[in-house]
Design a protein around this ligand. Structure first.
Ligand code: PBG
Length: 330
């Protein structure tokens, strides 16, 4: 079909303006979601291991950074609580305390920066002493599914009452989307959306995140393979997505991003549904570490690492580099 010399693909690469005209993917500030960490201490500039240039904010400190994000055109932030160890327990009761850290943070950010969408995780790991996303059976290994889902519903209601726009179950329990949807609807929260982490792999790339939220003591060795997906599987991802769409998810998420681009591509080809992707802490850490060693150009590497999500078909992207990228795109 395409024969040299009649076809010379390099002709179409010879100038920036031609390349721009035929580019197949666009990364826009509209696509970016900025994850933020909040703690109940003073604002600090303490570095976070594995997440250089990312800070943990006080509740008040969140407001200026969300305003900055809004000023750059970022549409939504995802807020993660770093919970004081004294408030953690076996059964994560703090997760549905209406006045807990994340609820307070959501209320303040929503009142001060109402134009930015707020996303919050549903999962028990910030609140459990053992760091698992759910409640453990007496063997202290397996996570109980249905009992955990009941607690997740209470957590979802607490977040919705605080003003959260999108709840994002990241726990990988079976059947939680349907139950959370029902709990929200029964309590007049029909307009609170669900972003299901439908395809969350059991990944080694979450370590910096777990170090911040303190869910992996003592040795980063927590094993979530009893609920998070096996990295060898892709067809199973389709099943997860189908179930979550049927149960009432509004958006689905694939996580991590770069190591699972094949799954992002398949999901976005197969379902007429918005697919989000999460460039997780370990992915960001790799690029930052190489940059800080002088081995990569940060701006170029981050852009390339995000445009590939768009090429694969993702709608929106969680990235710790959202502010940097937004500045460069602007
Ligand atoms: C909690 C949760 C995790 C991440 C987001 N929500 C960690 C985990 O499942 O252990 C990871 C995000 C990142 O690494 O940036 N369920």
């Amino acid at each position: 079909m395409f024969n040299f010399p009649n076809t010379r693909l390099r002709r179409r690469r010879s100038n920036a303006w031609i390349r721009n005209l035929i580019s197949e993917s666009i990364l826009s500030v509209n696509d970016l979601i900025f994850p933020l960490f909040v703690h109940d201490r003073e604002e600090t500039t303490e570095p976070i291991p594995g997440l250089p240039d990312i800070k943990c904010h006080s509740i008040d400190g969140l407001v200026p950074i969300v305003k900055e994000a809004e000023g750059l055109g970022i549409n939504a932030v995802a807020i993660f609580p770093v919970v004081d160890g004294k408030l953690k327990s076996e059964n994560a009761e703090e997760a549905y305390n209406l006045d807990n850290l994340i609820c307070k943070a959501i209320r303040i950010v929503k009142s001060k920066v109402p134009g930015v969408g707020i996303i919050a995780d549903i999962a028990l790991d910030p609140y459990t002493t053992h760091g698992h996303d759910g409640i453990l059976k007496s063997n202290q290994i397996d996570v109980k599914n249905d009992e955990t889902v009941s607690v997740l519903c209470k957590q979802a209601l607490a977040l919705a009452k605080a003003g959260c726009d999108i709840v994002a179950p990241s726990d990988m329990m079976d059947g939680r989307i349907g139950k959370i949807r029902k709990a929200l609807d029964d309590n007049d929260f029909q307009n609170v959306s669900i972003l299901s982490y439908a395809v969350k792999y059991c990944s080694s790339f979450y370590v910096p995140f777990r170090q911040i939220v303190g869910s992996c003591e003592p040795s980063n060795s927590i094993d979530k393979s009893g609920y998070q997906m096996d990295c060898r599987n892709a067809r199973e991802a389709i099943c997860e997505i189908e179930m979550d769409i049927n149960e009432g998810a509004d958006f689905i998420m694939i996580k991590p991003g770069t190591p699972y681009l094949d799954v992002i591509k398949t999901a976005s080809d197969k379902f007429n549904f918005p697919v989000f992707a999460y460039q997780v802490s370990g992915e960001y850490a790799m690029i930052k570490a190489a940059t800080n060693n002088g081995w990569l150009d940060y701006d170029k590497a981050i852009y390339e690492s995000l445009i590939c999500f768009k090429r694969a078909g993702a709608s929106a992207i969680f990235t710790y580099a959202a502010l940097d990228v937004a500045k460069n795109l602007g």
